[in-house]
Ligand binder design. Structure first.
Ligand code: NCD
Length: 320
């Protein structure tokens, strides 16, 4: 069955051992991953959506921060590829980068692990792990730094509408300052030649976005009129030390930056995305999330295919 999958690493020299962030990946690396993901996306539509590609691999999912779809998506991707999977979740926010993490990792590495998928509230933890263990490390989100697999699945989803993202107008709207999704998306999208505009309250607009090469707007109407795709981001109250002080109220935020049904009527061309979880009635009206302009659930399915492709490429295994 897997012979039908024309995966051939020989046609591109994919050099990476880890996926720590898209800062380290070239345009060619990204396009190659997205191309491989297409094969896995087709597998997901089969009656038996499984391949034995990782059957000799052991993977640990190390989640120090809450996660629903990213953790499930990784686990499902690993199981669909026949890997042995061990899950470690820590609901405790007191586990910080340092000795306790190092100890956990040392214990894990003595179990002969091939790959570690890690999510942690501290930026740089995935990089730190590369120095502690010999396994391939995949960053599933490190603080407000990067979330590369999310950005890859976002780009894959965009490509299903616009196969060539060169010159496309992508808007990212919401809590820019606390978002790791925005950083990875700006890095990836600019490498693929898209134009990126970030839009949100001034108090949530960090200087780094302009330095990275994105445009900045504080006007949602202007942004929605301009864009081909509007990706809304969750207001990350858990990452705001100042509570809700960055904007007067959730209601005012929604009035100024929420996507509404009226916007869909006024600007008929843009597609809606969101990495999830959606705060309905905040980033967008509930009906907007469920409308036929939204590809939010497609993003989740595509996430599985993209993560399968990444696991395959980083596993160093041979095609079966
Ligand atoms: C994002 C994350 O965790 O950074 N969600 C996700 O991975 N699906 C965005 C968010 O939490 O709002």
């Amino acid at each position: 069955m897997t012979d039908e999958i024309a995966l051939d690493k020989a046609d591109y020299d994919f050099q990476h051992k880890h996926l720590l962030g898209l800062a380290d990946y070239t345009k060619e690396d990204i396009l190659y991953i997205l191309e491989q993901a297409q094969y896995f996306r087709e597998i997901l539509d089969r009656a038996v959506p499984k391949v034995p590609t990782l059957r000799d691999k052991t993977i640990v999912n190390l989640f120090y921060e809450n996660s629903t779809r990213t953790r499930l998506s990784f686990e499902l991707a690993q199981k669909r590829m026949g890997a042995d999977v061990v899950n470690f979740s820590s609901g405790s926010s007191s586990v910080k980068k340092g000795e306790s993490l190092k100890d956990t990792i040392r214990n894990i590495s003595s179990m002969k692990i091939d790959m570690v998928v890690v999510r942690h509230e501290s930026p740089g933890v995935p990089h730190f792990l590369t120095r502690c263990v010999d396994a391939a490390i995949i960053n599933a989100g490190d603080g407000a730094h990067e979330h590369p697999t999310q950005a890859l699945l976002d780009m894959f989803s965009m490509q299903q509408i616009y196969p060539d993202l060169e010159g496309r107008h992508i808007a990212i709207i919401g809590d820019i300052s606390h978002s790791r999704v925005v950083r990875s998306n700006i890095l990836g999208l600019l490498k693929l030649g898209a134009e990126v505009t970030v839009c949100g309250p001034k108090t949530m607009m960090p200087a780094f976005v302009k330095e990275m090469g994105a445009n900045v707007s504080y006007n949602i109407e202007e942004t929605l009129q301009w864009c081909d795709i509007a990706m809304a981001l969750r207001i990350q109250l858990e990452r705001q030390d100042e509570g809700t002080e960055l904007f007067p109220s959730i209601r005012e935020y929604h009035q100024l930056f929420g996507i509404t049904m009226k916007h869909l009527d006024e600007y008929p061309d843009f597609t809606i995305m969101h990495p999830g979880p959606v705060n309905r009635g905040v980033e967008m009206e509930s009906r907007v999330a469920d409308s036929d302009r939204s590809i939010i659930l497609d993003q989740v399915t595509n996430g599985l295919a993209v993560r399968m492709a990444i696991l395959y490429l980083l596993s160093g295994g041979t095609r079966i």
